[in-house]
Design a protein around this ligand. Sequence first.
Ligand code: NDP
Length: 246
Amino acid sequence: MRQANERVAIVTGASRGIGRAVALKLAADGFAITVNYAGNTERANETVAEIEATGGRALAVQGDVADAAAVEHLFTATREAFGRLDVVVNSAGVMQMANITTDNLESFDRTLSTNLRGSWLVMAKAAETLGEGGRIIALSSSVLGKSFPGYGAYIASKAGVEGLVKVLANELRGREITVNAVAPGPVATELFFAGKSDEQVAKIAAMSPFERLGQPEEIADAVAFLAGSQGRWVNGQILRVNGGMV
Ligand code: NDP
């Protein structure tokens, strides 16, 4: 059932990890949510079911954020289902470890395609669609401040995202739409754990003064701040949410 004053958010990459936590948090804050995902229909449907179980409204929409037609469909389906759009969170992302070598170009292309081209498309469509009071929130990464070996493609993609955020905030002059990025430190999700030994995980976790990994909900709270009325004067910023790692 539609609530009075219901607002609407698209969250990309919301079948799992940080995007899922953002979708649940924004739903708890009274948003209807479009749950975007790449291929994991079962997990996306679980996010939707969890939102609906607490009385919220949600819709799962499959679509590759790097595909312009899929992004167009994502926004159209949201308008058809919910009739308006207030907030767009682009959490869809991939991380592939690859040293900067001539034979790792494929990892570079794939990472840039999802993380940077995808951000361009989602942010551009959000800019076209949102009205006054709208919020655009991208996901960067605090690993930019560390320059670890093997993170070249990933860091390049996220440095690009941070650039887009600042330029778009300026391009939207006069429209009362904020554009920001949240840049998490290491967070306990599948993206972070993939390919790491327990020892590597422990070493990275120990880098923050809190000596632990972040939890998806801790990132979602920062996103919700930017999406809510208390974040209205924050614009063109990169909010590092990492327990003090960098
Ligand atoms: P996960 O791997 O847990 O989840 C990734 C999500 O993105 C899934 O929902 C996946 O869908 C979706 N996705 C992947 N590729 C695409 C695509 N091309 N189009 C649409 N959806 C896609 O990742 P996290 O939650 O950890 O990461 C979320 C964001 O946070 C990313 O941008 C990441 O770079 C950033 N980040 C993560 C950190 C961490 O330590 N975890 C640290 C800093 C930043 P499906 O389930 O269908 O595959």
